[in-house]
Design a protein around this ligand. Sequence first.
Ligand SMILES: [Ca+2]
Ligand SMILES: [Ca+2]
Length: 365
Amino acid sequence: MRINNLLSTSCLLIFLSIQTLSAQVWPGDVNNNGLVNHIDFLYWAQVYGETGPPRGEDEMGVDFSEKLIDAEWGMEFPDLPLDIVYADCDGNGVIDEEDYFAFLLNMGLNSGVITSDIFVDGLSGVDPQIEIGMIPPGIITEGSFLTFLLSLGTEDSPINDFNGIAFTMNFAPDVIAPNFAGFQPTWVPDDFTYSASYYQVDAGKIDVAFHRRDLGPLPEAFGPFGIVSLVIEDDVVGHNGSLETYFYIDNIRLVDSEFSSTPTAGDSITLNIFPNDIVASEDEIEPEETFELYPNPVVDQVQIQTNRNLERLTLWDALGQQIHDQTLSGKLHSFDMQHLPEGMYYLEVQTSSGIHNRKLVLHRR
Ligand SMILES: [Ca+2]
Ligand SMILES: [Ca+2]
């Protein structure tokens, strides 16, 4: 019995020492699952600022190769039995912004066998949901620049203790032009650039993450948290009618200051893309339309003027909710916004020649 205990203790010691000696970091694969992606960025940001023993001189750097670890740091990630030394991507002994280059360089790379990341899917209507809104709503044609406003939580049901989020935006790959995808978070200051996005347009997805890092979590957050922009390919519709396409969000990880995940539901949106030649032929009939809107920012009233006939005015708020719709006539219209709260709005004006979309800011000074 005693010999058995001794044996198993020795085995354990040998096993532990092998584990320590053979431990290695692939820069950027912070959760050590074999793949560098947006989830790794969340783990890195969560332990930002921690320090420990650096790697050996020959093992420094963020290039994607095995880097041997001399010593672990004696602290694990909040939800993972893994030493945080894996977040020190460049190996200098500090988890800081130098490590961020590992994400810029290595997103999407894998070191062999991948263990899937865990996502906690929520139920629509029960859990918080990422909602997809369009800016501006209106006719979408080939070559259109699409802007999706992503919102989370409501005033009555805010996200408590928001610290970071990761998700995937999916779309039909042949419909979206490569090299024009983007994501801009809004629940961090404008000059705060530490978000991570990985665009795989040919695979039909963008992986996105952002984290408030050392800014501290938001106690209660709701409303728009970021903007995804994409460009529709030229020449995807053909000559018969329109093309229906989809966008949806899944694989969401919403974390609080303790790195606990809240189940979060995704959203989907279906759009119709119209061929360019339909719009081009309209332009040829009436090429000289003028359209003016002033002032912007709006103090109380906005003037809309065109040399065609005004037909319809529709207004959406920053959450993408329609708050006003009316038919118009004549060439000049004064639209009163005095009763509305200050903020950003999206205005669509239809004239006899076409549709005009404008972003308005209401600011009373
Ligand atoms: Ca990983
Ligand atoms: Ca480092």
